[in-house]
Write a protein that binds this ligand. Structure first.
Ligand SMILES: *Cc1c(COP(=O)(O)O)cnc(C)c1O
Length: 507
């Protein structure tokens, strides 16, 4: 392709992805566009299955057949399914730079590229943004592919530490002698992961690092507050003989958005217990920790309380591609000591991979899963430089205000109820809602089809969930496009219309 063709193509991408201010792209593409795209995929039985189309025809194929069959998760401010995040324009530009220059951020080469230093600068800025303390307190820091990747790092480090603390020889570690031998030498019969409503990826991480999904034990505070960790139960579990433990804190929990701990006292007590019983504390703060960036206003006091003390953990998971609004794939991991990451992830005996200096910056390939890595730090760096703490705080506030407006719209319709219904105290939209809202229709028949009806309307998109054994609808606001006025009107109008048409159909 000529460079003028490339420029033209890039303009076309931008034009097709653009959304006018105040406008909302459809949340779903429509089944006709999906069928068309599906039919355009190569046919393995055809003679020209792998014959090249050339860049021009391929580009037309991508834009005309494939792109129309994408959902609106980035382009609609009302795509409230899962917790997807969106992409700030400056993050998209940075990501294009990443592709254009394709730096391999694996070995720290300070005389050859600035990439590792930019990555470290972004990580240090994140620590300050989230008020987690100084970089010296978080020597182990790296970018991952997402919160799942970070949770794998967290359990790998936890496993390493809880076993090492029970081994006689300091030189031995799981990374060196393996899980089975290390546990046998340390007299460990079981490693358990203690949590409350831990994210599904925590169980996956437990499987990956050899603890097993069954090692994840739920210790809910009560039926009414299952997201909250029962710290008395944690203490009892920590006292079991020949058992080592990792405490995994859901901050916040992905279904309800609520937090496992209620304040600094909880975290202080957990820290004390973990030290006493040689346990590891991992915080999964994929989206929840961003509540720390909200302004110090009364309406966020409860969220700030729930987040207090989280910095007492040993390791922390954060998602970049969710609330920070950078493109996939982007996660962040912090832990106290880089040596523990090194024990797990080092590439031994590979002289050609060695770094050419002895600075504080570790070669990323020795502290994380991948060797060759994308320069995924650059979009985060760009967002932090562009928005600053104030801009990011305002973006987080917009998300919370929009989620609260959605909760109020639901509350204003008699036919629906916000969840969880029963609680220890009154559930307060103005105090407790962060970015997730859970609700259901009061009528069981309507409730069963509610998610489908909302999503078919193509104005807003939600995820199906369940609460107390019944279907529920989950809304998660995670885009910089969040607009509370539009959200309130859209949800109220749509929910009223849905319940009216349901009632009419039953007459
Ligand atoms: C989304 C999420 C994860 C998984 O994150 P990915 O970025 O999808 O890998 C883990 N924990 C929590 C709390 C989450 O919200």
């Amino acid at each position: 392709m000529e460079s003028s063709d490339i420029e033209h193509a890039q303009r076309r991408i931008r034009e097709s992805a653009a959304v006018a201010p105040g406008d909302h792209a459809p949340t779903l593409p429509g089944l006709d566009k999906l069928s068309h795209a599906r039919a355009s995929l190569p046919d393995a039985t055809s003679a020209d299955y792998l014959s090249g189309l050339g860049p021009k025809s391929t580009f037309s194929h991508l834009m005309d057949d494939i792109v129309p069959a994408f959902n609106g998760e980035n382009r609609s401010g009302r795509y409230w399914g899962f917790v997807t995040g969106s992409t700030l324009p400056i993050a998209e530009l940075a990501d294009n730079i990443v592709s254009a220059y394709d730096q391999n951020v694996q070995v720290h080469l300070p005389t050859q590229t600035i990439a590792t230093e930019v990555e470290d600068a972004a990580l240090k800025m994140l620590l300050r943004l989230l008020r987690l303390g100084e970089p010296e307190q978080w020597e182990g820091r790296t970018f991952t592919t997402g919160a799942t990747g970070s949770n794998i790092l967290g359990l790998a480090c936890g496993r390493e530490a809880v076993i090492a603390s029970r081994l006689a020889e300091a030189s031995e570690s799981v990374g060196e002698i393996g899980l089975l031998r290390a546990c046998a030498k340390a007299g460990i019969e079981e490693i358990q992961v203690l949590t409350s409503m831990g994210h599904s990826s925590l169980s996956k991480a437990a499987s990956v690092v050899g603890l097993g999904r069954a090692s994840v034990k739920l210790l809910p505070y009560s039926d009414a507050e299952p997201w909250r960790l029962d710290i008395n139960a944690v203490e009892r579990e920590l006292q079991r003989q020949n058992v080592a433990s990792i405490i995994a804190i859901s901050a916040g929990e992905v279904n309800t958005g609520r937090f496992a701990t209620t304040g600094a006292e909880d975290m202080n007590r957990l820290r004390h217990l973990a030290d006493k019983y040689r346990a590891w504390i991992h915080v999964d703060g994929a989206f929840g920790v961003f509540a720390r960036v909200l302004p110090a206003k009364d309406e966020y006091a409860s969220l700030h309380r729930a987040n207090a003390g989280l910095g007492l953990c040993d390791s922390l998971t954060i998602d970049g591609h969710k609330l920070l609004n950078v493109p996939y794939d982007n996660g962040i991991f912090f832990t106290r000591k880089s040596s523990i990451l090194n024990n797990v992830f080092k590439n031994p005996n590979a002289a050609y991979l060695s770094s050419d200096n002895t600075s504080q910056i570790q070669s990323p390939l020795n502290i994380g899963l991948e060797n060759s890595r994308r320069f995924r730090a650059l979009p985060v760096y760009a967002v932090l430089r562009s928005e600053g703490i104030q801009g990011i705080s305002q973006m987080m506030e917009r998300m919370v205000i929009t989620a609260r407006a959605i909760a109020r719209a639901i509350q204003s319709c008699d036919d629906y109820v916000l969840l969880p219904e029963a609680g220890p105290g009154p559930f307060s939209i103005d105090d407790d809602v962060h970015i997730v809202v859970l609700f259901r229709a009061k009528d069981d028949a309507l409730n069963k089809t509610l998610v489908q009806r909302i999503n078919e309307g193509n104005k807003w998109y939600v995820s199906g969930s369940s609460w107390d054994g019944k279907p529920a609808v989950r809304v998660a606001v995670s885009s910089w496009r969040a607009d509370h006025v539009d959200a309130f009107d859209t949800v109220k109008e749509s929910l009223s219309a849905i319940s009216q048409s349901h009632k009419a159909s039953r007459l």
